[in-house]
Design a protein around this ligand. Structure first.
Ligand SMILES: Cc1cc2nc3c(=O)[nH]c(=O)nc-3n(C[C@H](O)[C@H](O)[C@H](O)COP(=O)(O)OP(=O)(O)OC[C@H]3O[C@@H](n4cnc5c(N)ncnc54)[C@H](O)[C@@H]3O)c2cc1C
Length: 685
């Protein structure tokens, strides 16, 4: 075991962050310490042998649903549910179809559905399943998400109990493969502008589903090209000549032999940028008739007398309530993306622990990549963020179970809105993180990282679109900001500039940042905070909390102020909105960053293993400092950070990297990706 140490002069080496070269002549330190020396015996976890610290970190990061995660890991390893990246698109689709059938045959299709319908009754279990599958194969993950999560989830959430009872048992067993047909060629983000029509025909007591234009064609629809027999189709509902806005209707699209039903034209989107195992396709409807009972009618349906009825009068409110019930899809995508990033980080870090380049005086052999500060600075802050997101994900998974565990009519509306805001934000932040991290990991493995057999290129191709589906990230962040501006007051409107500006105009008394469940832990930290020198402060948790809070509060206040000033004249609403759009996105991001930090803090508080707690605290420092480092310019421009503190951040990051470097193996183990699922030839032998 190497115990080599070396000294690097930062004045000449130059550490970089956020694209800027920094000069820290006072930051001179060792760039490596001895590799981790396990203090006790290894621990058997399923089919894996882990260090004691790795197992303890995994247990902490796995959180509330640790048992389900462990079960899923064991299943994925036992069934070998990883795919050879050299498969053709046709082979990948066959493989994925067989893999989802295996999961259904093992009874995994019931995750997240009510027990009365044959499910496991655990609301968060479908999310945890989805997240876990992302450790193995993202095509399989997405196919499971489309069929069980989107198709099945929409029937349960938007349909009546009778409709759910009729269809869900066949969804669970995969006897009724389904699709979720919302997006059209003409509109993806702007769902309220969909063109597909769902018109009630009083004479035959049927709905007529129709694509009136080319741009009304449903597109990118998962399962549409080959497998779906039925689709949840979104369109504009018209009853007796009156428009009732977006509703969803079940439409059989293929018969059991796989042929399109009359009036249905199905197409194949063909080769994509990734997700080769998912058969995305197009659907067009030519006056397709379905019985009245096929309209998913929980939030609006037609009586036997041909009269439209809905428990929610306001069309906008109905629309957002309907979409809000489907929040689990976004949470799944957030969690799945973070898992893909953990897999990439596991590959790149294990490679970085073994690969050597260049001799250095006083060292035996060439230097291990992970002993280079630059390499540590790539991987360790990302590992810290991966841990932070694990705690944030656990928090939101628990929130789903709490908020949506009640019957629809009894749900806490404020908590539901908060859940939707967080889901949108976490999805945007996690998927951005995944894309950046996987690319970084690919580069961190040099040429080997570019070879498909080493697992990173397929991951990068597949995770890419997570930034777009289940809501484009830019659009989602606007949704987050709008939620913050309204302070969750009853304010219904679509995601347009007028709604946003009106929200700001109504926010007279200054914005109030919304609190998270971690509040008691935060208050304890603030109460025990010590006064230290400017430079030392940067390693104090209370300072991190204050900086994250002040940034969010300031950005939100100034956003409301700008919109209010500019938006008094409604006719200028678009200009007011558009002129602040960058500000809107920044406000949303700073909010989610704070939520993630607080979840991390709460997770550390509830961790019972002292050594894990110590390591998690180092990681939390790194997460907070790296995050603040990216906004040092903003903090200084706004007089919120002294130059002494701003300058102390990079040495503090380097210090934490040095301290965490020897723990690389347990840190990787703690991220929870079994070695058997890494699919990386360069790590063998
Ligand atoms: C592989 C894949 C699988 C999919 N699976 C399904 C599925 O099963 N079912 C389904 O219904 N859909 C599916 N989709 C569709 C997906 O949900 C949409 O692509 C997504 O919602 C974005 O819509 P769009 O493609 O129309 O992009 P657009 O809405 O046209 O967005 C394009 C760009 O414009 C920007 N933009 C849009 N509006 C604004 C604004 N107000 N302000 C600033 N910028 C803006 C966006 O940020 C984005 O960068 C899938 C897509 C893909 C690629």
């Amino acid at each position: 075991m190497s115990t080599n140490t070396s000294t690097t002069d930062q004045t000449t080496a130059g550490a970089t962050t956020a694209g800027a070269t920094t000069d820290h002549s006072d930051d001179v330190g060792e760039t490596s310490l001895a590799a981790y020396e396990p203090s006790g015996a290894g621990v058997s976890v399923g089919s894996e042998e882990l260090t004691a610290l790795g197992a303890a970190l995994r247990s902490a990061a796995d959180g509330t649903f640790g048992d389900t995660r462990a079960e899923m890991r064991a299943l994925l390893v036992a069934e070998g549910l990883t795919r050879d990246p050299s498969m053709s698109v046709a082979e990948a689709r066959d493989w994925t179809r067989n893999a989802i059938a295996t999961l259904a045959a093992q009874g995994r299709g019931g995750a997240g559905f009510p027990t009365s319908l044959g499910g496991d009754g655990g609301l968060a279990s479908s999310i945890v399943n989805f997240e876990s599958l992302a450790l193995a194969d993202l095509s399989l993950t997405v196919k499971v998400g489309v069929h069980f999560g989107l198709f099945g989830g929409a029937i349960v959430s938007l349909g009546t109990d009778e409709q759910a009872a009729e269809f869900i048992p066949r969804v669970i067993t995969l006897d009724l493969p389904g699709a979720y047909a919302m997006t059209e060629i003409g509109h993806g983000s702007n769902v309220q502008a969909l063109e597909t029509t769902i018109t009630y025909d009083r004479q035959t007591d049927e709905f007529v589903v129709h694509s009136p234009t080319e741009s009304a064609t449903k597109t990118y629809i998962g399962n549409a090209a080959q497998d779906a027999q039925m689709a949840v189709v979104y369109g504009q509902l018209e009853v007796a000549g009156e428009q009732h806005g977006i509703h969803a209707v079940l439409v059989p699209v293929r018969d059991e032999s796989g042929s399109p039903r009359p009036g249905i034209a199905l197409g194949d989107n063909g080769a994509k940028g990734g997700l080769d195992g998912v058969d995305n396709g197009t659907i067009r409807f030519d006056q397709v008739r379905v019985p009245r009972s096929m309209l998913l009618s929980r939030y609006g349906g037609v009586t036997a007398e041909g009269v439209y009825e809905s428990p929610i009068d306001n069309q906008n409110r109905r629309f957002f309530t309907m979409l809000g019930t489907l929040v689990r899809g976004r949470i799944c995508v957030a969690g799945g993306a973070a898992q893909a990033a953990r897999k990439a980080l596991s590959i790149a870090t294990r490679y970085g622990m073994a690969r050597r380049q260049f001799d250095a005086p006083g060292r035996e052999g060439e230097v291990v990549l992970l002993d280079y500060l630059a390499h540590q600075r790539k991987l360790l802050p990302a590992i810290a963020t991966a841990y932070a997101l694990a705690f944030a994900q656990d928090e939101i998974n628990n929130a789903v179970a709490t908020v949506q565990g009640k019957p629809v009519g009894e749900r806490d509306q404020k908590a539901q809105r908060e859940l939707e805001t967080r889901a949108a934000g976490l999805k945007a932040v996690s998927t951005r993180f995944a894309n950046d991290t996987i690319q970084m990991c690919r580069e961190a493995c040099g040429g080997a990282g570019y070879m498909a057999e080493n697992g990173l290129t397929e991951l990068r191709r597949d995770a890419d679109v997570f930034a777009t589906f289940e809501g484009d990230n830019t659009v989602l962040l606007q949704l987050v900001a709008k939620g913050l501006l309204t302070n969750y007051k009853e304010m219904w409107g679509d995601l347009d500039m007028l709604g946003m500006v009106q929200a700001a105009v109504r926010t007279f008394s200054g914005t109030v940042i919304e609190r998270t469940a971690a509040r008691p832990a935060i208050e304890r930290i603030m109460a025990t905070a010590q006064r230290t020198s400017d430079a030392d402060t940067v390693l104090e948790r209370s300072w991190h909390v204050v900086m994250f809070e002040e940034r969010e509060q300031h950005v939100l206040d100034s956003l409301a102020q700008r919109m209010r000033t500019a938006g008094k004249d409604e006719s200028k609403a678009f200009e007011a909105f558009n002129a602040t759009q960058d500000h809107v996105l920044f406000a949303a991001r700073t909010h989610i960053d704070r939520v993630v930090l607080e979840a991390f803090i709460a997770g550390i508080e509830s961790c019972e293993d002292e050594e894990s707690k110590r390591v998690l605290n180092l990681l939390c420092d790194l997460y907070a400092l790296e995050n603040l480092s990216g906004d040092r310019g903003w903090f200084q421009e706004h007089g919120r950070m002294s130059s002494t503190r701003a300058k102390a951040i990079i040495p503090a990051i380097n210090q934490r990297c040095r301290e965490l470097r020897p723990l690389a193996l347990p840190l990787v183990e703690g991220m929870g990706v079994p070695e058997q699922l890494l699919q990386s030839a360069m790590l063998q032998g």
